[in-house]
Design a protein. Structure first.
Length: 174
C-alpha cells in the first residue's frame, strides 16, 4: 500500500495519470482489496488541492461503478453454485434465504447507504449484494452500478466536506 501512495504522489503532477491510477485502484478495491478508498485521497488532502480532489472524486465514482459491474457479473455466474449448495444443506438454504430477504428488503438504498460510510471496505457489501441478489431481481444491474457510482461520489464529497470543516484551510478553494 505504501508503494501505491508513492505511485499516486509521483502521478499528482499529471492529472490524467493520477485519474487513471485512482480509477484502477477503485476498481481493485471493489473487486479484491478489502481496504477503504480513502487511502487514495490522502494525496489531495495533503496537497490541499481542489482540482486533485475533483479528479479523485470522478475517478473513485467511475472505478467503483466498473468494479461493481464486474462483481455483479460474477454474482450472476456464482448463483447456480449457491443454489446447488442450498439443495445439499438445509442450514445453508435457510442462511441464503435470510440474506436474500435482507438484500431484497434493503435494496438499492441499503447498498448505497453501506457504501457511503467513510472508511468502510467496499468489497464486502458489493459481494454481499451481488451474491444474494436472487436472480438479479432485488437489484437490477443498472441500480447496482448506479448505487456504487453515487456512493463513491458521496463518500469522496463527504470526506471533502469533513476535511474542509474539521481542518480549516486544508483545501484551497478559489
Amino acid at each position: 500500500m505504501v508503494d501505491l501512495i508513492a505511485l499516486l504522489a509521483d502521478a499528482v503532477e499529471n492529472p490524467v495519470i493520477y485519474f487513471l491510477l485512482v480509477f484502477v485502484y477503485a476498481i481493485l478495491i471493489a473487486i479484491i482489496l478489502p481496504i477503504p478508498i480513502e487511502t487514495a485521497l490522502l494525496i489531495p488532502l495533503q496537497r490541499g488541492s481542489l482540482s486533485l480532489f475533483t479528479v479523485a472524486l470522478f475517478a473513485v465514482a467511475l472505478g467503483k461503478a466498473v468494479g461493481a459491474w464486474l462483481v455483479f457479473l460474477l454474482g450472476v455466474k456464482v448463483e447456480g453454485s449457491i443454489t446447488k449448495w442450498s439443495k445439499r444443506w438445509k442450514w445453508f438454504a435457510k442462511f441464503v434465504e435470510v440474506l436474500e430477504r435482507f438484500v431484497r428488503w434493503s435494496g438499492t438504498l441499503g447498498l448505497y447507504t453501506l457504501l457511503s460510510i467513510p472508511l468502510m471496505s467496499d468489497t464486502l457489501p458489493i459481494y454481499f449484494y451481488a451474491l444474494f441478489n436472487k436472480e438479479g431481481k432485488a437489484l437490477d444491474r443498472r441500480q447496482f452500478i448506479l448505487s456504487n457510482f453515487l456512493a463513491g461520489f458521496n463518500r469522496v464529497a463527504l470526506l471533502f466536506i469533513l476535511a474542509v470543516t474539521l481542518i480549516p484551510g486544508i483545501i484551497q478553494i478559489p
